[in-house]
Design a protein around this ligand. Structure first.
Ligand code: 5GP
Length: 120
């Protein structure tokens, strides 16, 4: 499992050291507005536990944490009014995946047609 770096920006958000605009929160999960939105709606959904990647999460998260993360994504989709219009969920992992913040996060994007998934 990848070592977790407590100094990453989302760890600071979870500790309340950096402000965020919260969209949804429960015991296991926090969802907040991305600071540099790439779409009219761009929310990040993160587990409160110390997981770097989806692999870490799958190996070590409790059933409650896993259920909470999935349900939080659905809550955010509804809160942001993306149920009917559509949305894109994205998880970047590692260097090839372009992951900048080493704390697992799910991007929830929408609010306009998002076009093709990749521009390679
Ligand atoms: P990644 O590239 O790791 O998948 O995505 C990291 C995301 O975190 C980026 O979309 C970036 O805009 C966002 N981000 C980075 N720093 C902050 C911050 O301090 N606050 C918030 N709300 N988002 C951040």
């Amino acid at each position: 499992m990848t070592p977790y770096d407590d100094s990453n920006i989302f760890a600071k958000i979870l500790r309340g050291e950096i402000p965020n605009t919260t969209v949804y929160e429960d015991d296991h999960t926090l969802a907040f507005e991305d600071i540099a939105p790439q779409a009219p709606v761009h929310v990040l959904v993160i587990p409160k536990g110390k997981y770097v990647s989806m692999i870490d999460f799958a190996e070590a998260a409790t059933e409650a944490e896993m259920a909470a993360l999935n349900r939080a994504v659905a809550h955010v989709i509804k809160i942001k009014g993306l149920s009917e219009s559509g949305h894109r969920l994205l998880v970047n992992g590692g260097s090839d995946g372009g992951q900048e913040v080493p704390h697992l996060h799910i991007h929830v994007c929408g609010g306009k047609p998002l076009g093709p998934m990749f521009t390679l």
